[in-house]
Design a protein around this ligand. Sequence first.
Ligand code: CP
Length: 314
Amino acid sequence: MKNFFSVKDVENINDLLSKALKVKANPLANQNLGKNKTLGLIFYNSSLRTRISSQKAAYNLGMDVIVLNIGNDGWQLESKDGVVMDQGAAEHIKEAAAVISEYVDVIGIRCFAGLEDRKLDYSEEVLQNFIKYATVPIINLESSTLHPLQSLADLVTIESNKKKVRPKVVLTWAPHPRALPQAVANSFVEWMKEADVDLVITHPKGYDLAPQFVNGVTVEHNQKKAFEKADFIYAKNWSSYTEYGKILSTDQSWTVNQDKMSVTNSAKFMHCLPVRRNVVVSDEVIDSENSIVVEQAGNRVVSIQTVLQEFLKK
Ligand code: CP
């Protein structure tokens, strides 16, 4: 694995999952692997879980960590080629990526979608330019269209909680007052298609994910029907892909509640967090014993530590 941008960088998802389960069982097994190595974390956007879990994972491996918040303590970076840089950006990614590579051994980057220009967001300009110009491995900490570390943590969570070989996993759209990217949903679908699960997506009309992700997956527009006999319910809001970045519905009847959970196979409730209570999911569901959102967030340490190990072992 040269970089960790998407599931396509993973040679064998089952091998990676086995390694992740070993990390979960014994997180301090490789305390010297990262000795004298440094992880650089670059954030264009806010974070709680990604920021802290990445640092914790690096410390578990004996690495040092440097964090740079673009826009607050770093120069604004230009990502387009050939532009006259007479506007806000003081530095080009070409120099920045190469220079940061002089200081650190692995770079993690978070840069969300702008949700205004679909073509631009789906070109993944920032992450792809870092991959192009850095000389060390790049880890995607959530880009415009993907959140693979979340998906690997989700896979570990499902594997640790499943009661049958091939569980039914339902990804359900849920309402939200703000327009959110499709990254978590895209990535979850991409990873679950590779995993041994029966995946169903449910969302209101107009919320179809990009065809390259959803192709071949069952989509059921009746949410309660989709929930029937499900073993895992994964709730997430995303804005429209077709009417790009728009909120087409805030229909509260899509909130995950106990009535809908009652038709499942006593399903575990999952969400990547942060979550808006009583908008995305009712208190009753997220506070129930079937909610595994905290364990899921805990597995974010496992997912990045597993990926870091892959790079450090080279
Ligand atoms: N799930 C997730 O990536 O959380 P943060 O945005 O807080 O990092």
